[in-house]
Design a protein around this ligand. Structure first.
Ligand code: PMP
Length: 435
């Protein structure tokens, strides 16, 4: 049998850092990355045959648990009929209709009339931005520090997720004139939004925002923040792009859009992760008028060899079909139990912390007051996370390998899985306290 360490050594000779996405290298938690060979329900198994309760959930898609039988069957059936045609399939229309139908709120015009399917969240946000620029004839984009919208050139400035984990201000290789098209401002700060629009409002195509930020740990939007953002953007003729790649279909049937305490009207919404059920699929949606500016009807070009791939569409449809009220109730209940247990364990161990939540998404932060933006997130005692993470891993719980990531619970996290997590927390909290 091979070991994780052997696999990592070999991988490093074949791929930069031994990985195909930076956070997987476990750098900030000073631990050998685990190489997984299988997964089922709430569990993942590594090459050494060790099983872990999983709270990464493939970074979001595994909301029904791993290898959910209905999703696996849908993919198998689709595969038997052909892996892809580079032409349209009825399933794509069905998934697009499913997305548009779900993203709705009583008393508010549904924001998604047309959908385009792409393969990654990065493509979804990149396309939304091109569309906003094409629609407005303006170039500037406003984004918030600590928010992550994928790795396209214009969106890496002060980005969250892996960019935050590696403490990078942005990325080399982004030309300065492109970076200059993105204005980065403080999150949860409406004065900053008003200022940037007062100064550059005529040139701003769109403001892009994580519906409820989860890539700097969980930092909930202030009450009414998204609605105020929409109002300010619209008053200046700019669009609001709501990034629900992570929150979409996870925090509720209509994503964060459906549960934000103050209803608001985004112009474009991006989806990913859950909508592809674990296969490469993402999407963007908006009004017919806006979306039909995309080629072939309009002047904004976007395309993809694998867009709307039948296997990914089948996985997405099966996943959305099984995300009923009961599934959300189970996810919410498990999230509450785990979040509360983490807070109690840290309190018991005398570790300064807050557990912030946005719906069923949560993360722990080693701070004495709840962080509200990227600066306050970065001011926490982040060094306490590595020993916490390692203690959980040693006890068979796989957490996201960074304090800047959300914990992903699935509907497969039953009492037994939750009990294993809860039992592991006290030792991890003590390890965090000793750091
Ligand atoms: N937007 C958000 C809010 C995300 O969380 C992510 C990925 N974590 C992305 C965009 C990019 O998606 P992908 O990794 O599929 O390109």
């Amino acid at each position: 049998m091979t070991t994780n360490a052997q696999e990592f050594a070999r991988a490093r000779g074949a791929m930069p850092g031994g990985v195909n996405s930076p956070v997987r290298a476990f750098g900030s938690v000073h631990e050998t990355p685990r190489f997984f060979v299988s997964a089922s329900g709430p569990y993942v198994t590594d090459v050494e045959g060790r099983e872990y309760v999983d709270l990464v959930g493939s970074w979001g898609p595994a909301i029904l648990g791993h290898a959910h039988p209905a999703v696996v069957k849908a993919v198998q059936d689709a595969a038997a009929h052909g892996l892809g045609f580079g032409a349209s399939t009825p399933g794509e229309t069905e998934l697009a209709e499913l997305i548009a139908g779900r993203v709705a709120r009583d008393g508010v015009t549904a924001p998604v009339e047309r959908v385009r399917l792409v393969s990654t969240g990065t493509e979804a946000t990149m396309t939304a931005i091109r569309l906003a620029r094409g629609a407005t004839g303006r170039d500037l984009i406003v984004k918030f520090a600590g928010h992550y919208h994928g790795h396209s050139d214009g969106l890496l400035a002060e980005a969250g997720s892996g960019v935050a984990t590696l403490a990078m201000p942005g990325s080399a290789g982004v030309p300065a004139p492109i970076a200059a098209q993105t204005l980065v401002i403080r999150y949860n700060d409406l004065d900053a939004v008003r200022e940037v629009f007062a100064a550059r409002g005529d040139d701003i195509a769109a403001v892009i925002v994580e519906a409820a930020p989860a890539n700097m740990g969980i930092v909930p939007p202030a009450h009414g923040f998204n609605a105020a953002l929409a109002d300010i953007a619209h008053a200046h003729g700019a669009l609001l792009i709501l990034d629900e790649v992570l929150t979409g279909f996870r925090v509720g049937p209509a994503g964060w859009y459906g549960i934000d305490p103050v209803p608001f009207s985004p112009d474009l919404i991006t989806f990913g992760k859950v909508v592809g059920g674990g296969l490469p699929l993402a999407a963007l949606g908006g009004s017919a008028a806006l979306m039909e500016l995309l080629a072939p009807l309009g002047p904004v070009y976007q395309a993809g060899t694998l867009s709307g791939n039948p296997l990914a569409v089948a996985a997405g449809r099966a996943t959305l079909d099984h995300l009923d009220a009961d599934a959300y109730a189970r996810i919410d209940a498990a999230a509450t139990t785990i979040a509360d247990a983490a807070a109690s364990a840290l309190s018991e161990a005398g570790v300064t912390h807050v557990v912030q939540r946005s719906g069923n998404l949560f993360s722990i932060q080693f701070a004495d007051t709840p962080p509200v933006d990227y600066d306050t997130v970065k001011a926490q005692e982040a060094f306490r996370y590595a020993p916490f993470f390692r203690a959980m891993l040693a006890q068979g719980v796989s957490l996201p390998p960074s304090v800047f990531e959300a914990w992903f619970v699935s509907s497969a996290h039953d009492d037994a899985a939750v009990a294993r997590i809860v039992a592991a927390l006290p030792a991890a909290a003590r390890a965090a306290g000793e750091a």
